[in-house]
Design a protein around this ligand. Structure first.
Ligand SMILES: [Zn+2]
Ligand SMILES: [Zn+2]
Length: 302
């Protein structure tokens, strides 16, 4: 199917996007975004977008009414889909991303103990070793992470973003559309061979990965199996104190997430994966089952 307009499943989305295909209509949404309470009267809105022709202005305004904006007490206001259009445009995903770094960050390289450095390029945040070049983590994030923030604050946002995306995704909820994410084990990141992210994937030496695939939108991802533990703070807080407050360490400081040496593939039929969680007092092992659920956590006091 090449013509989305004839596809009954896509007709609504096609028409909704088509409505936005005029500069003045986007300007109207942007003006409402800047207004107090996201609301303006007809004349105020007309003045904000600087369109002297009332007939023309009214025509384009009427096209947005219903889905993107609504009129309440003679005020035009953004509806939820209108906010989402603004959010997408302000994420920076449709503009040229800035280059950031390299900047020294917390942690150490699992291969050589060298100092990790953060860079941002082509929508990819990457932490790699400044000494041996080993890539600790690399993941997509919108340029919005670096808008109105210092570089250090942007790096903090990257850490929070990845944790949240991986926690939700490995629990079956899509960060992009709130849709259903299928979560499964795979031996390697297969398929997206033209993706810059997976051509030189930071977790390619892990014995097993989690594949996240949203059944509703285009979101897919391969992430380290250890990331599943980020969503198990209540279960595993007694095993690893750092999991009680997952903001205490940056995501690339969790050895069992970035280092495949802490992951053992026990079986594939059904799947069973064991993750070693190093702690100060003991050696802990967490077992994930076919459903990518935590089935046991054992402590070995040494
Ligand atoms: Zn290194
Ligand atoms: Zn989705």
């Amino acid at each position: 199917m090449t013509d989305g307009g004839n596809d009954p499943e896509n007709t609504d989305a096609y028409e909704s996007f088509h409505v936005l295909s005029h500069e003045l209509r986007l300007e109207i949404l942007l003006a409402l975004n800047k207004a107090p309470d996201y609301s303006l009267a007809f004349s105020e809105l007309q003045s904000e977008v600087d369109e002297p022709n009332s007939g023309k202005f009214n025509y384009h305004l009427s096209k947005l009414e219903g889905l993107y904006i609504e009129q309440v007490d003679n005020q035009y206001t953004l509806k939820h889909p209108g906010h989402r259009v603004i959010d997408a445009s302000r994420s920076g995903a449709f503009q040229c991303p800035p280059d950031v770094g390299p900047i020294d960050v917390a942690g150490s390289c699992p291969d050589c103990g060298g100092p990790p450095q953060f860079t941002y390029k082509d929508y990819l945040g990457t932490v790699s070793c400044g000494n041996c070049g080993n890539k600790l983590i690399s993941y997509h994030i919108d340029p919005g992470a670096f808008t109105d923030r210092s570089v250090d604050e942007g790096i903090r946002a990257f850490d929070r973003w990845v944790k949240s995306t991986w926690r939700m995704g490995s629990d079956g909820v899509c960060f992009a559309c709130a849709g259903k994410v299928q979560v499964s084990f795979v031996r390697a990141a297969e398929g997206p061979e033209y993706s810059q992210l997976y051509r030189d994937f930071f977790a390619s030496n892990h014995p097993v990965l989690l594949e996240l695939d949203c059944t509703n939108c285009s979101f897919y991802s391969y992430i380290p199996t250890g990331a599943r533990l980020l969503d198990a703070t209540a279960t595993l807080g007694s095993v690893d104190k750092d999991l009680i407050d997952i903001q205490r360490k940056k995501i690339w400081e969790y050895q069992y997430i970035i280092d495949g040496g802490y992951v053992e593939l026990v079986d594939t039929d059904p799947w069973e994966v064991l993750i070693e969680v190093p702690t100060e007092e003991c050696r802990a092992e967490v077992t994930l089952d076919q459903e990518v659920s935590i089935v046991s956590a054992t402590l070995d006091w040494e």
